[in-house]
Design a protein around this ligand. Structure first.
Ligand code: ADP
Ligand code: MG
Length: 254
């Protein structure tokens, strides 16, 4: 059975139907890509799943539990994680300290107490950093890391709460092709090792075709195709959306 079930999801902003009757599911151990042109409704869909936006219509269930109407923090506690940019948080802290912070907040302890309490979490933080290949850089400040390494730390932070479903909105934005591939290969390994389910948006079609188990395509709030990447590549409606906006899959991945 699917871990996440989304049915007839809808959200309007004024008269604009940002998400319009979207249904899909994500299974345990599955890496599902959500693609579509700018404004297609990808972020809006994400934000309804994580509770930051309230859906107008439809249903979102995690392992059978309805998420619509719950607070973001409760949805996070139920096992829906997402990646945050470290720039938004604590660039001056070291790699390990950033992950220790996340572990503390997973334990619902106060941020203000972290310096005293963090010592207890160092071992756990290092174990998580080991999984993303960043243990050797644990004591460097995040502000001095290479961009791709920051993204690895962000992934470790997102894993601190032991999520069952991980949401990644444009995880490889701003990355060079080599870094992108490394991050997605790492994500795919974590999906396999932890039985994690991942829903991610991505601009690079190369990444989607190389790493996604399945993909769904949104255009103007509607789901226009879903299936295996090889199948979607040949879908005429999908081709039209990309060619129609002056983009081919090749150009879209530039
Ligand atoms: P994507 O992530 O696929 O680029 P979005 O989900 O961000 O698309 O946006 C879908 C549509 O909803 C767009 O037309 C966008 O302008 C609109 N939209 C998104 N968020 C808001 C908001 N907070 N208020 C008003 N309109 C919004
Ligand atoms: Mg977006």
């Amino acid at each position: 059975m699917s871990l996440l079930q989304v049915r007839d999801l809808g959200k309007s902003f004024g008269g604009n139907r940002a998400v319009d009757g979207v249904s899909f599911s994500v299974a345990k151990g599955e890496l599902l890509a959500l693609i579509g042109p700018n404004g297609a409704g990808k972020s809006t869909t994400f934000n309804m799943v994580n509770g930051q936006l309230r859906a107008d219509t439809g249903s979102i269930t995690l392992d059978g539990a309805e998420l619509i109407g719950r607070k973001p923090r409760d949805i996070w506690r139920l096992g829906v994680g997402r990646t945050f940019q470290i720039a938004e948080t604590f660039a001056s802290l070291t790699v390990a300290e950033n992950v220790q912070m996340a572990l503390l907040s997973a334990d619902a302890q106060l941020f203000s107490l972290w310096k005293r309490a963090a010592a207890h979490k160092r071992g756990e933080a290092l174990a998580l950093l080991e999984q993303v290949g960043m243990a050797a850089q644990a004591d460097r400040a995040c502000s001095v890391l290479a961009y791709g390494d920051v993204k690895r730390v962000e992934l470790a932070i997102a894993l601190a709460n032991g999520p069952r479903l991980l949401l990644m909105d444009e995880p490889t934005a701003g990355m060079a092709p080599k870094e992108r591939n490394e991050l997605m290969a790492l994500t795919k390994r974590l999906v396999a090792e932890r039985g994690l389910a991942v829903l991610f948006t991505e601009h690079s079609m190369d990444v989607v075709f190389a790493f996604a188990d399945r993909m769904i395509v949104l255009a103007r709030g509607r789901l226009i195709a879903q299936g295996k990447p090889a199948h979607i590549r040949d879908d005429s409606q999908v081709q039209a959306v990309y060619f129609g906006s002056g983009k081919t899959f090749e150009k879209a991945s530039a």
